[in-house]
Every structure is written in C-alpha cells, then in structure tokens.
Ligand binder design. Structure first.
Ligand SMILES: Cc1cc2nc3c(=O)[nH]c(=O)nc-3n(C[C@H](O)[C@H](O)[C@H](O)COP(=O)(O)OP(=O)(O)OC[C@H]3O[C@@H](n4cnc5c(N)ncnc54)[C@H](O)[C@@H]3O)c2cc1C
Length: 228
C-alpha cells in the first residue's frame, strides 16, 4: 500500500429535520473542508462536516444539543431546521492505494484496493467499476477455458482499473488542494474555472459525465453491454 493521511477528518452527523427531505444533496467547499447535507428517508438527513482533526474532536465531545447549536450556526438556514441530533461517527481521511491489486487466486476491489478523498463522492463509483471489470475478465477466461484464478488473467483486471483509479485519486487530490487553499491567485483561478465550467455547457457536461463514471476506459457492464 502507498498511503498517507489528509489533514482533515470527516464528522458524520445523523439528524432529524423539521421537514421531510427531498432527493437533493447539498455541498459547499470551505477552506477548512467541505460541508455536505445528504437526504435520508422521511425527516432524516446525514451531515458530513470535514474539518481539522482537532476541530472534529472538539465537535465530537459536545452533547447532541450543543452540536445542534453549532450546526445551526455553521450551515445555511435554507437547508431547513434541525430538530435533533441522533448520532455521530467520525472518519480519518486517508489516501491509500494497493501497489498490486492481484495475486494468484486473489483480487482486491473497492476500498480494499483504494481509498480516495470522499469530497466528490466517487468511492462507490470506482469500486463498482472494479467489480464490473473483474466480472468481465473472469467471464472471458471461463468462456475461453482458461484458469480464471491465474495471475495472467487477474492481471488483465488490474491493468483495466489501477491506472483509471490512480487518475481519479489524483483529480480528487487536486480538488482537495485547490479548495483548501486561501492563497488569492489560487482562489481566483478556482472561481474562474468553476464559473466557466458552469456557463460553458460542453465543459459542464464533460465534468458531469466524469463525475458520474461515464467517461474513460469503461468495462462493458458500465457501458450497458452484456458479458455473457
Ligand atoms: C465520510 C465519508 C463519506 C463518503 N461519501 C461518499 C459519497 O458520498 N459517495 C461515494 O461514492 N462514496 C463515499 N464514500 C466512500 C465510500 O463509503 C466507500 O468508497 C465505499 O463504502 C467502499 O465500499 P467497499 O464495499 O469497497 O468497502 P466498505 O464499504 O468498507 O465495505 C467493506 C465491508 O467489509 C467488512 N469487513 C472488513 N473486514 C472483514 C472481515 N475480515 N470479514 C468480514 N467482513 C469484513 C466491513 O465491515 C465492511 O462492511 C465516503 C466515505 C467516507 C469515509
């Protein structure tokens, strides 16, 4: 594994809200880390508050009522009133990448192979693409009567996915650096880039297709093709 810690942790807070939630996720980037509000069923939501480890420890030590007060102060009132904090959990944010995904008879997929910064919600996408690529390679091997657990076969899966995952991890690191930066020229370029991406439709479509896992070298299952 190649691995290092980010200077942020994520505090996940399970809340009860005054109104029923819609199917909309809200997220904003601040220099101390993103703040996200994710809908759950009924009058429930999940907040992900990225911050420095010290601040996450301070917030975690608060009572649920005190934490509700801090959330009300830090999150926009347009998101609706939080009636209760129901629970919390915290996660240290790590970047971790296996140098090899496979050995004879063994293949790593998903977070076992790679952990990326969750700021753009890409972890599950790339894990599913791993699973799709592995299925494709295994089914092909079986069809050709080859030993599907052999290193030669499993290496095909690694070749399909490791470089693609590294690319996504690197893009997330650029986002992390750019959004946690308060240096004025960096802020200016960031806002300019976001403004252009929002206004130029083809650019926006490229960003969205990448975020939805619809670009790059995709396994057949992700392209809607059959593998059997
Ligand atoms: C704060 C935070 C927010 C995130 N937000 C998003 C998001 O918005 N969108 C997104 O796509 N991704 C997000 N992610 C990333 C996402 O959660 C992971 O990429 C995804 O859960 C990985 O799935 P997985 O199945 O590979 O691994 P895991 O979800 O880690 O599942 C592995 C499972 O194996 C079990 N296990 C471990 N060891 C053993 C054992 N020896 N025997 C049996 N079972 C075992 C574990 O208990 C666990 O249930 C976020 C991550 C964090 C930390």
């Amino acid at each position: 594994m190649t691995s290092w810690d980010y200077k942020q942790q994520a505090l996940v807070i399970y809340i009860e809200t005054e109104y029923g939630q819609q199917d909309i996720t809200w997220q904003r980037f601040t220099s101390t880390g993103p703040q996200a509000f994710l809908p759950l069923t009924g009058n429930h939501g999940s907040i992900v508050w990225y911050h420095s480890p010290d601040e996450v420890n301070r917030l975690k030590a608060l009572s649920h009522d005190e934490l509700k007060y801090e959330l009300t102060a830090a999150f926009p009132s347009a998101l609706g009133h939080i009636t209760r904090v129901l629970g919390t959990a915290s996660f240290a944010l790590k970047r971790q990448h296996a140098q090899a995904y496979v050995k004879p008879g063994v293949a790593l997929v998903g977070d076992a192979a790679h952990m990326i910064n969750p700021l753009a919600g890409q972890g599950v996408n790339i894990g599913l693409l791993d699973a799709a690529a592995l299925c494709e390679v295994l089914v092909d091997a079986v069809k050709q009567g080859r030993d599907f657990s052999s290193l030669v076969v499993l290496k095909q899966y690694e070749n399909m996915r490791r470089k693609e995952n590294l690319k996504m991890m690197t893009v997330m690191d650029v986002f992390y650096q750019v959004f946690s930066n308060e240096i004025l020229p960096v802020k200016f370029l960031r806002n300019l880039g976001l403004g252009l991406a929002e206004r130029i439709l083809p650019a926006k479509n490229i960003v969205m297709r990448n975020a939805m896992g619809l670009e790059g070298k995709l396994p057949k299952l992700a392209r809607g093709e059959s593998i059997v």
